[in-house]
Design a protein around this ligand. Structure first.
Ligand SMILES: [Zn+2]
Ligand SMILES: [Zn+2]
Length: 194
């Protein structure tokens, strides 16, 4: 099952030109089996999420991309009340809630801000990012080898053209956010560039 774990939609991510309805339609057309919304620093409200899910041909999961002092962090299973720009706070909240944190596009700005201590906040990194260059993805995939879980993949789509460029392959069917979190925790998945 191919899941794009990194997607931005308009207007919840100001930098995105992609409507959520277009995202799910294009994702299905391009062979993805599910997507995960990861807006910048904000959650979807329950009502809007339910409406999108009802209209979507594929499952829609919900995560977030938080802008933090250690760079961009993809968080899955983190309650919106726990969103924070301070990575240490997010890490504490993730421990309490069972959320999983991944360092997003870790090779993008050429400067890894994590230290020997703060790297422990993350179960892994985003090893395939559809908006990054080939060399950045090679570097990210190399980094992923040192973590507890494998690296994940996602398009980081902000436009229609970018939908489906990268994804994560899972070996079990996923329908809910809980399924996604459990599947991530097993570590039985791979990052895919497409
Ligand atoms: Zn980012
Ligand atoms: Zn992003």
């Amino acid at each position: 099952m191919l899941v794009d774990l990194h997607c931005h939609t308009h207007p919840r991510s100001a930098c995105s030109a992609l409507q959520a309805g277009q995202l799910v339609r294009l994702a299905a057309e391009r062979g993805l089996d599910a997507i995960c919304l990861t807006e910048h620093d904000r959650a979807w409200d329950e009502e809007a999420l339910a409406a999108l899910r009802a209209a979507s041909p594929i499952p829609v999961f919900h995560g977030v991309e938080l802008t933090t002092d250690l760079g961009h962090v993809l968080a899955f299973g983190l309650p919106p009340q726990q969103y924070s720009p301070v990575a240490a706070e997010i890490a504490r909240a993730a421990q309490r809630s069972g959320a999983l944190l991944y360092l997003a596009h870790p090779a993008r700005d050429g400067l890894l801000r994590v230290t020997r201590e703060t790297v422990e906040y993350f179960v892994s990194v985003e090893a395939a990012n559809g908006s990054d260059s080939r060399i950045q993805n090679i570097a990210a995939a190399g980094l992923a080898k040192g973590f507890r879980l494998p690296g994940i993949g996602g398009s980081d789509a902000h436009t229609e053209a970018e939908v489906g460029r990268a994804a994560t392959r899972f070996h079990m069917p996923l329908r809910t956010d809980t399924d996604l979190l459990e599947a991530l925790a097993t570590g039985r998945y791979e990052a895919i560039l497409r």
